[in-house]
Design a protein around this ligand. Structure first.
Ligand code: ADP
Ligand code: ZN
Length: 752
């Protein structure tokens, strides 16, 4: 761009100042400035960071002298590859987010802050060697070493190579001009991926017919964009397909592999590290320290690692030439970010692959209905469906027994979270030295604190939210526990008596802590570990427990959905689902889909060896399709049925949805803004003759959170285009702005 005089800059984390960026002059000292570079610019009387999104020589239609120059490149030299700039524009438009904020989300904060950056001095033999002055023996050794190694070396490394104990002689040679030196920025990180590469990697020579089929089909489509849905039951060898595909990616091109955050155990990452070696793989996830994340990002940026494995935001990995994108467990709701920019990493992955003209593979045992419908019923152009209907040879899907809790109640008095059948199966499993996993998707001890007197009817709710408080036992506290709101995290002591009637309070409802207590009481000497976000504060905790489970030091792993995903332990013979109903009763049109996914995923942890596994599924709704069909491992029937319901209701994936939530501490203000927005939408819709269905405003399912009243408006349409059109119209007129009071959620995955 030799003749570029101007640069359009998107201001980082600004509000929507201008969708096309602000124009600045490129001063002579910044020759070679490129699109994607992070810069410092004047903004009003202040300075701001921003990203160059366009370089041009277009004269503005106002006095060019008024255009201010860019101040400097941002320290640290951060630049995004061109492909990411294009992707950011798409995200800003599609997800209704200020462009600068999208850039802010693309780069880890550690990178822009330069966390862990240290200046290092490198040395090498001087090019114009002066006449060699008289040197000491030690200095001579250093010089000889420098002659043998012509590349840049750390001072310390050169001293080591010359077998001298201190760096003094090296420094003397720099002073004498025999060595030249330079200072560089390097990111120091203590992350050692070699340690994690230490998992057993068996490369199976005999691929199953399904694996072979999927690989062959993809081999023919490797150099073009296409969305390949890999629908493989749990244990069908999907990961092996990923690994083989990566092997086929041509030299010089990179693969990005997305994994749900929670599944980023050493187990998943380890398989990639073991197959390709720690030098070829970079990892990006929230378990890393800031410096580690920065160091990994730089490795990718420098093109050192052809493979990137990471959670949601790894879709923004700064790889220069993309060859393949893989999204594992593509149905997982953690791929959707619940704050600005509210992007869905799976959909961004599809877009990035499309822009790069490369294939994207979406793998799952329970594909999202979106992906399934796109690839099967009326396939959209570019979508392909590959199925692995069976587990790998020698491994069978587990036998599932459904326990009707309503029946169970008739036979037993008192509180029993474990049914007789589950107790019996657990006993058998332990006797046969098998291991078990028990799932309950709810933390704490009890989720209701109430007055025992029905005439009183008092129930403890959060003072700040429309939600009940959850009791968490904690023996370390004077009152033996605390009461917590899972929405705003407010905490209180457990009240002893009902404030209305003075009766001693009772607690009821389920929680992992309560299951833990019952297990300890019923199974003497049980080696049990509980895994939920209360016990797993750090990535190391998670790793440590999984290690002990693998080594057989733990018999039963009890946990929330944290244990449902991706884990592969051959010792697990039994999986118990304490309540299939926790997710089924959510006020969300995807409740059944979620339930089906969760049951299938956790059931899939059982029987991952020659021995057939068992699953005991406890529920009050044994006849609901999500439960009954998950028990039969019948995804196609479930999907067919659920899709019919969605057609009837006009809900995704049959159509598209946008949800806009307005919140305000003042109830009337929140409602007024929601009504105004609905009115504006209605008006624009009519003017543009768009086929969009408007719903609301109505209060959200949880109408008050953290002292904010919440109302929502929903937009539904057959396709994304009219929705986009409508929002762009409002946005251009300043009537739709994403901020902390207005949450625009395009393709929402949660309606809570
Ligand atoms: P998924 O990701 O579909 O749950 P995995 O890729 O984890 O399945 O495979 C399950 C197990 O089967 C792993 O232990 C893996 O090593 C093994 N496996 C994969 N492919 C084959 C094969 N072709 N033959 C035998 N075992 C296989
Ligand atoms: Zn609260």
């Amino acid at each position: 761009m030799g003749d570029a005089h101007y640069a359009d800059v998107a201001i980082e984390r600004g509000i929507d100042l201008s969708p096309t960026g602000l124009t600045y002059r490129v001063p002579g000292k910044l020759a070679g400035l490129a699109v994607g570079e992070r810069v410092v610019v004047p903004l009003g009387r202040k300075k701001a960071h921003g990203y160059v999104i366009r370089l041009h020589a277009d004269e503005p239609d106002y006095d060019p002298k008024k255009i201010k120059p860019i101040e400097q490149r941002a320290p640290g030299g951060v630049a995004l590859p061109g492909g990411l700039v294009e992707l950011a524009r798409w995200i800003a438009n599609y997800y209704v987010c200020p462009l600068g904020m999208v850039f802010g989300a693309m780069l880890p904060a550690a990178v822009t802050r330069g966390t862990g950056t240290k200046q290092k001095q490198l040395v090498k033999l001087s090019r114009e060697s002066p006449d060699e002055p008289k040197l000491t023996k030690v200095q001579q050794r250093v010089l000889d070493a420098a002659k043998r190694h012509t590349n840049w070396l750390l001072i310390k490394d050169l001293a080591d190579l010359a077998a001298v104990k201190t760096t003094g002689p090296v420094k003397t040679l720099i002073d004498k001009g025999l060595l030249e030196s330079k200072i560089v920025d390097a990111v120091h990180s203590d992350l050692d991926l070699r340690a994690q590469a230490d998992v057993q990697d068996v490369k199976h020579d005999q691929l199953s017919p399904g694996q072979r089929g999927a690989l062959d089909a993809l081999a023919h489509a490797a150099d073009q964009f296409g969305v390949h849905v890999l629908h493989g039951v749990t244990g069908s060898g999907k990961t092996e397909v990923y690994l083989r595909l990566i092997e086929e990616v041509p030299e010089g091109l990179s693969t990005v592999v997305l994994v749900p955050e929670i599944a980023l155990t050493p187990q998943t990452v380890g398989r990639f590290l073991a197959r390709f070696g720690p030098d070829s793989v970079a990892v990006l996830h929230s378990g890393l320290t800031a410096a580690q994340r920065h160091a990994q990002w730089r490795r990718i940026e420098r093109g050192e690692t052809p493979i990137v494995v990471g959670a949601r935001s790894a879709i923004f990995a700064p790889v220069k030439r993309l060859g393949l994108v893989i999204v594992d467990e593509e149905h997982d709701s953690s791929y959707k970010q619940d704050q600005l920019p509210r992007y869905h990493a799976r959909d961004v992955a599809i877009k990035r692959a499309q822009m790069a003209g490369v294939p994207v593979l979406l793998g799952s045992a329970t594909p999202s209905l979106e992906s399934y419908a796109n690839a099967t019923s009326e396939p959209r152009p570019g979508f392909h469906y590959h199925s692995l209907p069976d587990r790998v040879p020698g491994m069978k899907l587990p036998t599932v027994e459904v326990v009707d809790l309503a029946e169970e109640r008739k036979f037993r008095r008192g509180v029993h979270l474990l049914s007789r059948r589950l107790e019996q199966r657990l006993q058998q499993t332990l006797e046969n030295t098998g291991q078990a996993m028990l799932l309950l998707n709810r933390r704490g001890y009890a989720n209701y604190i109430a007055c025992p007197d029905h005439r009183c009817g008092w129930m403890m709710t959060c003072q700040h939210c429309d939600a009940t408080m959850v009791y968490h036992k904690d023996k370390k506290l004077p009152l033996g526990g605390v009461v917590r709101c899972h929405h705003c995290l407010a905490e209180q002591a457990l009240p002893r008596v009902c404030p209305d009637s003075g009766h001693k309070v009772t607690t009821f409802g389920l929680g992992t802590q309560r299951v833990e207590e019952e297990l300890i009481a019923k199974f003497d000497g049980l080696r049990l570990a509980r895994m939920d976000s209360d016990t797993m504060r750090r990535a190391e905790d998670y790793r440590a427990i999984l290690d002990r489970f693998r080594q057989g030091e733990i018999d039963v792993l009890l946990g929330t959905q944290m244990i449902a995903k991706g884990l592969d332990f051959p010792g697990v013979r039994l999986v118990g689902v304490i309540s299939a109903d926790t997710s089924l009763n959510m006020p969300d049109f995807r409740a059944a889909e979620r339930t089906f996914q969760l049951i299938s995923q956790v059931a899939g942890r059982s029987g991952r060896s020659e021995q057939v596994g068992r699953v005991v599924l406890q529920t009050f709704a044994p006849d609901s399709p999500a439960v009954a069909l998950a028990a039969k491992h019948d995804y196609p029937s479930f999907a067919k049925m659920e899709l019919l319901t969605r057609v009837e209701m006009g809900l995704p994936p049959v159509g598209r949805m946008v949800r806009i939530v307005l919140r305000d501490p003042d109830h009337v203000k929140a409602l007024t803004r929601a009504t105004e927005l609905a009115h504006n939408l209605e008006h624009a819709k009519a003017a543009l003759r768009l086929d969009v269905h408007l719903r609301g405003p109505f209060p959200c399912a949880i109408a008050r959170v953290a002292d904010h009243h919440r109302f929502e408006v929903q937009l539904l349409a057959r396709s994304a285009a009219p929705l986009q059109r409508l929002m762009t119209e409002l946005r251009n007129h300043g009537k739709l702005i994403s901020d902390n009071r207005t949450a625009v959620d395009v393709d929402p995955v949660s309606l809570l």
